[in-house]
Ligand binder design. Sequence first.
Ligand SMILES: Cc1cc2nc3c(=O)[nH]c(=O)nc-3n(C[C@H](O)[C@H](O)[C@H](O)COP(=O)(O)OP(=O)(O)OC[C@H]3O[C@@H](n4cnc5c(N)ncnc54)[C@H](O)[C@@H]3O)c2cc1C
Length: 369
Amino acid sequence: MTNKPHQHENHEHSTSGQRQAANAIERACDVAVIGGSAAGLAAALQLGRQRRSVIVVDAGEPRNAPAAHMHSYLGHEGIAPSEFLEIGRNEVRSYGVEVLAGRALDVTRIGDDRFRVELAGGNTVLARRIVLATGLVDVLPDIDGVAEHWGGDVIHCPFCHGYEIRDQRIVTVVTSPVGLHSAGLFRQLTNRLTIVIHTGVDIDQPEVDVLRRAGVDVVAGPVERLVTGADGRLAAVEVTDAGLIAADAVVVATRFEVRADAVASLGVATVAHMTGLGHVVDVDATGATSVPGVWAAGNVTDPSQQVLQAAASGSWVGGTPATAATGSGAATRTAPSSQRSLRSKPGAHSILALARAATPCGSPSKDGP
Ligand SMILES: Cc1cc2nc3c(=O)[nH]c(=O)nc-3n(C[C@H](O)[C@H](O)[C@H](O)COP(=O)(O)OP(=O)(O)OC[C@H]3O[C@@H](n4cnc5c(N)ncnc54)[C@H](O)[C@@H]3O)c2cc1C
């Protein structure tokens, strides 16, 4: 194993057009994991236990950071996202994995079997394999008040926080056709559900009729803003033609942007997600990307994964480079995965699978109109 720091004290070299600072530190390891949340730490745990030298670089912005609690993770139900990650970091460190706070700016290939990961601040990590576990950014609907309450009284995922708002006055603001898909799930959680179809959204009328028959109020019209009460909590949704609709919680769907800039210059391929709400890093069944030696796991490959699935994805991928790094032959991509076909062929899958892919920590909408 090689995991020794050495400093460039007397010279500078250029990386990706930037000058590396004097005294910058260069580290070498078997596997550099970029992103140290559920997927990245789970990958690192596998690799560390295979006695691989691993450096995790993490910018500290997990997707669920706005939420106070994390739900639906068996064994960790209801703990704070930050506490979950602290447990994970301690676990991987116990196997010699190093977790660095920092941001990977660019990854370049050097020679046949090595990558240089350039970090913000000028330090670098040299690695034989890369695991990308950088997640994604939710792009919120451009409606006043949504960002303010995001992760609190504004949610997107019935599986993550739906139970916590059961029986309450829930208003689903539909800003894209996909935004309607979670309505049936929320109807299961409350009988006080209102759906507001934002102007310009091309909705599926039969789906709306089914919801109406199930007792859901459906309102059409531009959403002006979310109204905050004197206590700082969400109070209502203001709709141009319908006035104020009292609300304890609002559901929105988000568009998403995967955080794959760091591997862009390597040419890692992305593919459109089946919802049309963003692109994901294209991986095969092993998590291999289009670039040999680079794997990806978690939300950067699939926005519908909750934390448990992201960790499982990282755990799976962490086993792959562990194996590949020991062999002499070059790792190759396998046949397209079931994951990939789920993304590209929605019609071939069950309604539940489609609803999951469309709603959960998934996806939906920004400005549908
Ligand atoms: C508001 C909200 C609440 C949620 N609540 C729940 C819940 O209760 N239960 C649940 O199961 N799921 C929940 N989710 C979904 C959950 O956030 C994701 O499933 C999970 O975060 C995906 O894990 P990940 O490791 O793939 O990515 P992330 O957790 O997003 O982690 C990616 C990490 O990579 C880092 N990173 C990104 N780019 C770089 C870079 N260039 N260099 C270094 N590091 C980088 C980021 O800073 C971050 O730390 C919620 C999502 C949202 C939006």
